[in-house]
Design a protein around this ligand. Structure first.
Ligand code: EPZ
Length: 420
C-alpha cells in the first residue's frame, strides 16, 4: 500500500487545475445504461472510483471506451446483457447502487447487492427502495441482494423523500426518465451534481424540470438517445485545495473552480480569515492574517457540505480560538479526529459534535487514512505541521482525488508518494 511523506511548514503558492467531479461523473456513467446509443463524457477525473464504475458497467455488458487513451473522455454504450451488480463491486463502491433504477427502467429487472456499511456510516438504501416501489417496482431482499422487478415497466408517481438523499434522488430521477407518465420527486436533493445529471439526461432526450429546487418533475419518454456532456468541476476538490491555501497561509489559483457550486464553503472560509476572490476562469484563495475559529454544521446543499467537514477540521485545528463542528449527515464521520490529535490538535468529540481548541502548530507524525475525505484532512495537517508526516493507506485518497502529490508539489509542497 502506498504512503505519502510530507514535510510541512511551507505556504503553497501557484495554480491548481480542478478536475471533473467524482460525485457527478459516477452517476453520469450510470446514465449511459439508459440508452442503447453512445453517451460521451468529457472532463472525466482519473480516479479509482471511475475505474470501478467502468468494471461494473462492463458487468452489465456495456463497454466504456477511453476515447483519447488518456482517461479524460469516455464513450459509454452497448446493449445490457446482464442485470446483476455483484457484492465484490458494490461493497467496494456504494455508488454502484445507482444502477438499480436504470436497470429496472431499461430491463424490468435487477439483482443488486446491498452495499453494506462503510467507514463513515451504515448508509442504508431504504429511501432508494421505497421510492422505486412507489414507481411500481417489486422489491425483495434475499441473500444480501436486492431482487427488483417491474414486469410492466415503471409508472410515474409523486414521491416524497423524508430526507433530501442525494443517491435516492439520483436513482429515482434516472428511473423516472423512462417511466410511463409524470413523476414528482418532492424534497429532492439540490446538490450541483444533481443539476449536472439533469442537464445530461435532458441532453439525452429526457424531460426533467426543477433542477436545483426541492422538487423535480420528470415526464417519462419512450427512449433516450446518445449525447455528449462535459462533467462539472469538482466542488469538493476545489474546496479541499482552498483549505490547503488557508492552512499553509498560501495563495492558490484554483482553475476551473466555480464559486456558486461551493455554497456555504466560501462564507465559512471568509469567516475563518481566508480570502476568496473569483473570476470567469476560477477562484483565488489566500490567507495573510490569522485563522479564526468558526462554528460549522453540515447540511444538505446549499448548507455546509459534509464532504468538506474533515478538511475544515484540520484548518480549524490551528485557528485562534475555539470552533464547534456538528456532523448531521453521517453518524461516524469523525475518524480523522484521533489522527489529528496525534499531530497535536486539541479536538474533543461529543456525539455528533466536535469541539476544537486551536493550537499554535501541529507536529508531523505517522498517521493512517480511514476514508476519502479524512485522508486529505491529514494531508492538510501535514502541510501545516512542523516536521515529517507519513500518511499510510493512501488508496483511500486515490478513490476520489487525482494526482494529489503532483498538484501540491507544483505549488511548493514537499510531498512524495512511496510505492509499496
Ligand atoms: C452522496 O452519498 C455522496 N457520494 C457522498 O460523498 C456525500 O457525502 C453524500 O451524498 C451527501 O452529500 C456520491 O455522490 C458518490 P445520501 P449518498 O443518500 O448518496 C442517509 C464522498 O466523500 N440515507 O444523501 O450515499 C445516509 O445514511 C462521499 O465523496 C438513508 O438513511 O448520500 C446518510 O446518513 C461520501 N437512507 C444520509 O442519508 C437512504 O436510502 C445522506 O445520504 C439513503 C441515505
Amino acid at each position: 500500500m502506498d504512503r505519502f511523506i510530507i514535510r510541512g511548514g511551507r505556504p503553497l503558492r501557484g495554480e491548481i487545475a480542478i478536475g471533473g467531479a467524482k460525485n457527478s461523473g459516477l452517476k453520469l456513467m450510470v446514465a449511459g445504461l439508459l440508452t442503447e446509443e453512445r453517451l460521451v463524457l468529457t472532463n472525466v477525473p482519473r480516479i479509482a472510483d471511475m475505474d470501478t464504475m467502468r468494471a461494473l458497467l462492463l458487468q452489465h455488458g456495456v463497454a466504456v471506451e477511453d476515447v483519447k487513451g488518456d482517461g479524460g473522455t469516455l464513450s459509454i454504450g452497448g446493449s445490457i446483457t446482464g442485470t446483476e451488480a455483484p457484492y465484490d463491486i458494490v461493497s467496494r463502491m456504494r455508488a454502484s447502487i445507482l444502477v438499480l433504477g436504470p436497470l429496472l427502467a431499461r430491463c424490468g429487472e435487477a439483482r443488486v447487492s446491498l452495499p453494506g456499511g462503510c467507514a463513515i456510516g451504515t448508509r442504508p438504501v431504504d429511501l432508494h427502495l421505497k421510492g422505486l416501489e412507489g414507481l411500481g417496482a417489486q422489491i425483495r431482499l434475499e441473500g444480501g441482494y436486492i431482487h427488483a422487478t417491474a414486469p410492466k415497466g415503471l409508472t410515474g408517481d409523486r414521491i416524497v423523500l423524508p430526507f433530501a438523499s442525494v443517491g435516492a434522488t439520483e436513482n429515482l430521477l434516472m428511473a423516472a426518465t423512462l417511466a410511463k407518465g409524470r413523476t414528482e420527486i418532492v424534497n429532492a436533493a439540490r446538490e450541483p451534481e444533481i443539476s449536472d445529471l439533469v442537464e445530461c439526461l435532458n441532453r439525452m432526450g429526457a424531460r426533467i424540470s426543477g433542477a436545483g429546487t426541492g422538487t423535480l418533475v420528470i415526464d417519462g419518454v419512450e427512449a433516450l438517445h446518445g449525447a455528449e456532456h462535459r462533467i462539472m468541476p469538482d466542488r469538493i476538490e476545489c474546496g479541499t485545495y482552498a483549505c490547503a491555501a488557508g492552512i499553509t497561509g498560501g495563495d492558490l489559483y484554483l482553475r476551473g473552480g466555480r464559486v456558486d457550486d461551493l455554497g456555504a464553503v466560501v462564507r465559512t472560509l471568509e469567516e475563518a480569515g481566508v480570502e476568496v476572490t473569483s473570476d470567469a476562469e476560477g477562484i483565488r484563495v489566500r490567507r495573510t492574517g490569522a485563522l479564526r475559529g468558526v462554528d460549522i454544521m453540515t447540511e444538505p446543499y446549499p448548507g455546509f457540505p459534509t464532504d468538506m467537514q474533515a478538511q475544515f477540521m484540520a484548518l480549524l485545528s490551528v485557528a485562534e480560538g475555539a470552533s464547534m463542528v456538528t456532523e448531521t449527515i453521517f453518524e461516524n464521520r469523525f475518524m480523522h479526529v484521533p489522527e489529528l490529535n496525534r499531530m497535536g490538535a486539541r479536538i474533543n468529540v461529543h456525539g455528533s459534535s466536535a469541539i476544537i481548541r486551536g493550537v499554535h502548530g501541529l507536529s508531523g507524525a505517522p498517521v493512517m487514512a480511514t476514508d476519502l475525505r479524512a485522508s486529505f484532512s491529514l494531508i492538510l495537517a501535514g502541510l501545516a505541521a512542523h516536521g515529517e508526516t507519513i500518511l499510510s493507506r493512501v488508496y483511500h485518497l486515490d478513490r476520489g482525488y487525482e494526482a494529489v502529490e503532483k498538484k501540491l508539489s507544483a505549488c511548493g509542497a514537499l510531498i512524495e508518494r512511496v510505492r509499496e
